[in-house]
Structure formats: structure tokens, C-alpha cells
Design a protein around this ligand. Structure first.
Ligand SMILES: [Cu+2]
Length: 483
């Protein structure tokens, strides 16, 4: 499956055209697993596997998977409970770890090699155990060579259940992934491609939902039902802009954190790598109808990524449902911008950028040498980061309030992720952001300035990095120390 230079857009369209017409049978979305913690596996083994990701006329794809499936098993735990799970490394010749994205874990459980733990070598195990303080939709993935390991299929959802969830007919999880494949549906192994590194990252040619080619597995719904749909963007670079046809989804949580329920805006649901959103959708169409869920984020690359198929049954319920209620807030410390200390983090580099040089392991190198000798093209505050050995970007005092200004000096978008904390998004280019949402990942547009606020209440060395995983690998990462 070929990709067009600079995008993957046309590649994806060709691929979709080539695919067979939609099958009617089947539906997407794993049903809710009852019983929470006891149903979780005791071990997640990362190992090679094979799975049908491409349309049916293609062969199965060799992937790396947790417990034989990609995405890995949906883990469920109740808020306030402990999650105990061992990682077993069955990968051929690569170290690995697990990072619990968005969970405010103790630093030693954060899964960052050389920073919070030693890498887990092939044949070895590492026991993760921590209490989950916040309810919501989270996910897990390696934090070692993640631009390759996540792209090969190592990622999965982690659901933390509220004590009293909002009332819906079904609670579904959709893990979105984006695969760059050859004509024979093998994963293309150009993981550290220099063009991807300096541009928008590794965009793929096949989008899957829950590890299946979504257009062959429509979401079967009944007219009148109310569904909580938890979306996770596990793609290594693709930003989604999802539109739900005539439906009017209500956003109830972003990155796991509750937000005042509000309808999706004009652009649909914008979900950058690493981000999650919880939607409540009233399926108010008619029996027998079919609707495409379209991704229209990138100009000129509009594609149906999923389909909704209404059953022929009569509506489940007559008449209007009540308003969507607000989820109970998580126990987060509220930052006070008025008494916050302020710091700036400048995002730098990339193709057509102004970055001339940056510090690499203490030595200032011109951009040409950064690229040629270290495969680095990005920097934060003049430092092209590696996971080990760099001085912290910032040192924050435990318990203090901070406003961080993220200034994007590049011509590329960056979903910036902070470990160990969540933050409020205050402003974009000085304009207040509606709802001031709590997030752990914020998309910073080209040449945009975003202000975020947090209380530094979790001690340790925490990664701050771009979740376009090749940008991260290419230098857009660093450590924020809370001590
Ligand atoms: Cu980036």
C-alpha cells in the first residue's frame, strides 16, 4: 500500500477504493466487560502475533501485541483501586516498558526507561502496581522506541470506572490506530524515516478501530439507544477529525477528565495522538439507516473510517432522552493562575523551521549535524532531548502553582503530553479556551501559543514530550522535575 510523499493521504484513499464493498454483518466495539479488576490479566506479554488488519482480500499482518491481540486487552479498574499487572517482554531483541498514559501514578511506576525504571530486557518481567486516583478513559503503551513499538501494535485501553457511572444503554471503547502497510499488508519497516521525522510524523495507509478494518465491521446500533463511546487515539502521528453524520454527540470527558457536557463543534472531534474523548451519543436515526463516520482532519483527505448501521428493530425507547449529565469531577488540585509562577517552553525545529542549532547531550550542534549524526530535528528551549542524561527542562517545587506557556515556533502541530499530572488549558493565542478543560495532552497548532496551568503535586522526574512519536524520538522531549 503506497503512500504519497508528504502525507499518506492519497495512499489511504487508493487503499479504500481498492477495498471491497462493505460487509453487512458484524459490529464494532467490544461490549462492556463486567466485574472490573478481577477480569484483568495478571500479565501483559508483549510478543509477535498476526492479525487481520487490512480488508478481507489482504493477508493477516505480522504485528507486536499484548497477549496476542492489538489493541491489547481492555483493562478495567474501579477508581481508587489498585492495578497490579506484570509486563513480560517476549519481543525479538528489543527492550520495552509500559507507560500508563494519563494516570497520575507514583513516579517509579511511570514506565520511562532510564528515568523511572531500567528497561525490561527480552525474557524479563517488571511488576507494575499503583492506585488509580482518577476515573476515566486512559491507555497504555511502551515508552521505549515507542515510534516503532506503538506503530507495530503495542497499545491498549485502560478504563477507570466511576463509582456511579452515567446511565447509558452501552459503554463502548474505540481504540483508533493507523498502520503504514506494504501492498501485501505487511507493516512497512521504515520507522525512523527522515522525511517523517522532520515533517508530520509517520502517517499510515490503513486506519483500524479496535484492531479491525472498521469499514468491514460497522457499529450496529438500535434506534433510540444512548451510547457512551470512549475514543483513544493510539496512532503514532495521525490526527483525527471525526464527524458523526447527522448525530449530535455530547462531549463529557477529554483525556479521561470530566468536562461540562457540550455538543461537538464545527470541526467534529479533533483527536491528536495520545488524546481520548468520551462522547455520549443518542442514536436517533431510523431503523435500517446507515451513516458513515468520516475523518476530515487533513485538507484533501476525507475518508470514512467507520460506519453506523441501525438495526431493523423498532426504536428501543420512544421520545426524547433527558439532558446528558455531568460526570463527577476527579480529585484534582485546582491551579490558581493569579499566584502561579510562569515559565515558557518553546517548541522548535522541523522542516522549514528556524532552528539553526540545539544542545545535544550538553554539546551545541548545528542542525545538519543533529540530523546526520543523531537523527534529531526538534528541540524544546534549545535542547534536543534524549530520554537519559539531560538536565531537566524545568524544576518545579512540590505543591506550587504554575502557568506554562507553550510557544510553537515550528510550522508543524504538536500534541504535547505531560506525565504524572493533568493541567488546565487556559488560552490559545491569548484567547480563553471554552471550559478550560483538564488534559494530559494538548495540541499546539503551527506558530500557536497555548497556556496551561497546573499544581505540581506529584514528585518525580516527569517526561514532557510531543506525542507525534517520531517528533519525540527526534528531540521534542524533556524532563520536568517536581521536587
Ligand atoms: Cu510534534
Amino acid at each position: 500500500m503506497k503512500r504519497e510523499e508528504g502525507g499518506g493521504a492519497a495512499g489511504r484513499r487508493d487503499f479504500l477504493k481498492a477495498s471491497a464493498s462493505l460487509a453487512l454483518a458484524g459490529f464494532l466495539g467490544a461490549p462492556r466487560v463486567a466485574g472490573a479488576a478481577s477480569a484483568n490479566p495478571a500479565v501483559l506479554e508483549a510478543a509477535p502475533a498476526a492479525q487481520q488488519l487490512a480488508p478481507a482480500q489482504y493477508p493477516a499482518t505480522a504485528v507486536w501485541a499484548y497477549n496476542g491481540v492489538t489493541p491489547g486487552p481492555v483493562l478495567r479498574v474501579r477508581q481508587g483501586e489498585r492495578l497490579r499487572i506484570a509486563l513480560a517482554n517476549g519481543l525479538p531483541g528489543q527492550d520495552t516498558t509500559i507507560h500508563w498514559h494519563g494516570i497520575r501514578v507514583p513516579n517509579a511506576m511511570d514506565g520511562v526507561p532510564h528515568v523511572t525504571q531500567p528497561p525490561v530486557r527480552p525474557g524479563e518481567r517488571f511488576a507494575y502496581e499503583f492506585t488509580v486516583p482518577d476515573a476515566g478513559t486512559y491507555w497504555y503503551h511502551p515508552h521505549l522506541a515507542s515510534y516503532e513499538q506503538v506503530a507495530r501494535g503495542l497499545h491498549g485501553a485502560l478504563i477507570v470506572e466511576e463509582e456511579r457511572p452515567i446511565e447509558v444503554d452501552r459503554d463502548l471503547v474505540w481504540v483508533l490506530a493507523d498502520w503504514r502497510m506494504t501492498r501485501h499488508a505487511a507493516i512497512q519497516e521504515d520507522f525512523n524515516d527522515l522525511h517523517d521525522l522532520t515533517h508530520a510524523g509517520r502517517l499510515g495507509s490503513v486506519v483500524t478501530i479496535n484492531g479491525r478494518y472498521a469499514r468491514e465491521h460497522p457499529l450496529a446500533v438500535r434506534a433510540g439507544e444512548r451510547v457512551r463511546l470512549r475514543l483513544v487515539n493510539a496512532a503514532v502521528a495521525r490526527i483525527f477529525g471525526l464527524r458523526f453524520a447527522a448525530h449530535r454527540p455530547v462531549v463529557v470527558a477529554l483525556d479521561g477528565q470530566p468536562v461540562a457536557p457540550h455538543p461537538l463543534g464545527e470541526r467534529g472531534l479533533v483527536l491528536a495522538p495520545g488524546m481520548r474523548a468520551d462522547l455520549v451519543i443518542d442514536f436517533d436515526g431510523k431503523p435500517g439507516e446507515r451513516h458513515a463516520i468520516e475523518d476530515a482532519y487533513y485538507p484533501g483527505d476525507r475518508a470514512a473510517v467507520a460506519e453506523i448501521a441501525y438495526a431493523d428493530d423498532l426504536p428501543r425507547r420512544a421520545g426524547e432522552r433527558g439532558a446528558v449529565p455531568r460526570l463527577p469531577d476527579n480529585p484534582l488540585a485546582e491551579p490558581d493562575p493569579a499566584r502561579a509562577e510562569r515559565h515558557e517552553l518553546a517548541l522548535q525545529g522541523g522542516a522549514m523551521g528556524a532552528l539553526r542549532e540545539a544542545r545535544v547531550r550538553g554539546e551545541v550542534l548545528p542542525i545538519q549535524r543533529m540530523l546526520r549524526e543523531h537523527h534529531l530535528a526538534w528541540a524544546i528551549n534549545g535542547v534536543a532531548g534524549k530520554a537519559r542524561g539531560d538536565a531537566p527542562l524545568l524544576e518545579l517545587r512540590h505543591g506550587r502553582h504554575y502557568v506554562l506557556t507553550l510557544r510553537n515556533e515550528t510550522g508543524w502541530e504538536h500534541p504535547m503530553h505531560l506525565h504524572g499530572h493533568v493541567f488546565r488549558v487556559l488560552t490559545r493565542n491569548r484567547a480563553p479556551v471554552p471550559h478550560r478543560p483538564w488534559r494530559d495532552t494538548v495540541l499546539v497548532g503551527r506558530h500557536e501559543t497555548v497556556e496551561i496551568a497546573l499544581v505540581a503535586d506529584n514528585p518525580g522526574d516527569w517526561m514532557f514530550h510531543c506525542h507525534t512519536l517520531l517528533h519525540q524520538e527526534g528531540g521534542m522531549m524533556g524532563v520536568i522535575r517536581v521536587g
